[in-house]
Write a protein that binds this ligand. Structure first.
Ligand code: IPE
Ligand code: IPE
Ligand code: MG
Length: 236
């Protein structure tokens, strides 16, 4: 079975999962964070090289303050828990896993920002098996604009190439995603990896993210292995 090297996950449906159970939406986000660990473990076990998880978009700030606050509090607890698990070596899940937070991190407080960088540094090992990108305050358009601005500052007057942009994206070091999976039955990108996924295959899973198990991931991978990727050419 041909496996994708890089998978992008649009983790959608946390709110509906909770509401369907008569719970507050924030409980859906808590359950979503638990589902994430099992998926990371599975990606590592089956040999995926890179996985990018959409956790908070540049547009998500428009949600009610209560929900944004709950998401930020969850993020802080998630970072602290990962730090504890990785530094104690207690969880095999993160063994040889390199973690990166991708997005415009400049909006976060200095404290949150330095905790993020500390956690990333803790996972920097020369031969990691899997790279995880957790996208927070991430927007594909914002990412392209910041790549272009960086290029202009570094190379005044030189015309820009596609490679110049690719090399300055947050996902630098990962190949372009081969597969984008969105849960909750939705079929849109919502500003996720819009440059990188030019030739990605899309898969929409009907289940809400908290119910997205390794078994559901295997179903998506099975579907992916049956796709014919042509990249503009004719089928071979
Ligand atoms: C995805 O779940 C998580 C974030 C966007 C932070 P949602 O919160 O979008 O869940 P639904 O789409 O409202 O069910
Ligand atoms: C996309 O989900 C963002 C994340 C999963 C973090 P949304 O639920 O915010 O997207 P829309 O608003 O339905 O397009
Ligand atoms: Mg949603």
């Amino acid at each position: 079975m041909s496996l994708p090297l890089h998978i992008g996950f649009i983790m959608d449906g946390n709110g509906r999962w909770a509401q369907g159970k008569g719970l507050p939406r924030k409980m859906g986000h808590e359950a979503g964070a638990k589902a994430l660990e099992k998926i990371i473990d599975h990606c590592r076990t089956i040999g995926i090289q890179c996985a990018t998880f959409y956790a908070f978009s540049t547009e998500n700030w428009s949600r009610p303050k209560e929900e944004v606050d709950a998401l930020m509090s969850l993020l802080d607890r998630y970072i602290a828990e990962l730090h504890r698990k990785i530094s104690s070596g207690e969880a095999d899940v993160y063994k040889d896993v390199q973690i990166r937070f991708v997005g415009d991190l400049s909006v976060f407080s200095e404290e949150r920002y330095s905790r993020i960088r500390e956690l990333e540094n803790l996972t920097d090992k020369p031969h990691s098996r899997l790279r995880i990108n957790i996208a927070i305050n991430y927007g594909g358009r914002n990412e392209i604009v910041s790549a272009v601005n960086r290029f202009i500052a570094e190379n005044p007057g030189r015309p820009l190439t596609e490679k110049d942009i690719s090399l300055r994206l947050y996902t630098e070091g990962c190949s372009d995603p081969d597969l984008i999976i969105r849960t909750a039955g939705e079929m849109r990108l919502s500003n996720f990896l819009i440059w990188q996924s030019a030739y990605a295959e899309y898969y929409s899973s009907p289940v809400y993210w908290p119910d997205f198990t390794p078994k559901e991931l295997d179903i998506a991978l099975e579907a992916f292995s049956k796709r014919t990727r042509k990249f503009g050419n004719v089928a071979k």
